[in-house]
Design a protein. Structure first.
Length: 239
């Protein structure tokens, strides 16, 4: 398990740019991104489709490399490590919640969460991993659904499994990409409440992408993404 106590920013992004090839031209996806996130801080990022929000999460997760600038997560400068080191860092420090759940359909809820522990190479015994996976599912209210396949779960239940899978390794940082996008409003609100409570319980920072202003308003800080530029959300400092 990771120790989530650290000094200074958990995320420190300086002058980050991302260019992606499109045929013979190059698209400027992220434009001089500068921001910091402190440990245990909950940050919401809103903005129109195509503004670069998901690309920013990809860069923060190390799944996409910034073309220029600096991205430092949990004290690790992404520009100074190779792909293998980046994969290890991701396993030990990050949890990701997806809009489309991305559960493995042939595995039960319990097995999906167990797989996250196995990949993270926590050093736990098999019995410890089993106990930890059970506890993670109980924390999201699925103690009685552990043996169900994703196809037998509702959308809200699948997202609860996704949340348990993301949080079971006690990551420093939880990245959530439109986590309520495929849920009705009431179910989505419950998932966000659960996600925030779990993150605060485990002292994890959260970066959440959302189109819902009411969900964004529940974060500690709100940012706006537009045409690849990240700024404070309008009215975010007026509370």
């Amino acid at each position: 398990m990771t120790d989530n106590s650290m000094n200074g920013p958990l995320i420190d992004v300086r002058d980050a740019n991302l260019f992606l090839k499109s045929g013979e031209s190059s698209l400027h996806i992220l434009n001089d991104i500068n921001f910091q996130v402190m440990p245990s801080e909950v940050v919401a990022i809103a903005g129109p489709s195509g503004s670069g929000k998901t690309s920013l999460l990809m860069v923060l997760s190390g799944l996409e490399r910034a073309t220029s600038g600096k991205v430092v997560i949990a004290g690790h400068d992404f520009s100074g490590i190779d792909e293998d080191e980046l994969a290890i860092l991701r396993r030990k420090n990050l949890g990701i919640v997806f809009q489309n759940f991305h559960l493995i359909p042939s595995l039960t809820a319990f097995e999906n969460v167990m797989l996250s522990l196995e990949i993270a190479e926590t050093g736990m015994s098999l019995a410890e991993m089993r106990d930890t996976a059970r506890q993670a599912l109980e924390e999201v209210g699925l103690g009685d659904r552990m043996t169900h396949l994703p196809s037998a779960l509702s959308g809200g239940e699948q997202q609860r499994v996704g949340l348990a899978r993301a949080m079971v390794t006690k990551p420093h940082l939880l990245l959530a990409d439109e986590p309520t996008g495929n849920l009705d409003q009431d179910t989505g609100a419950k998932i966000i409440e659960l996600m925030f409570n779990l993150a605060r319980k485990h002292n994890a920072a959260v970066i959440m992408i959302t189109h819902d202003p009411s969900l964004a308003a529940r974060a500690d800080r709100r940012l706006s993404m537009n045409r690849g530029q990240l700024t404070d959300a309008p009215g975010a400092d007026a509370e």
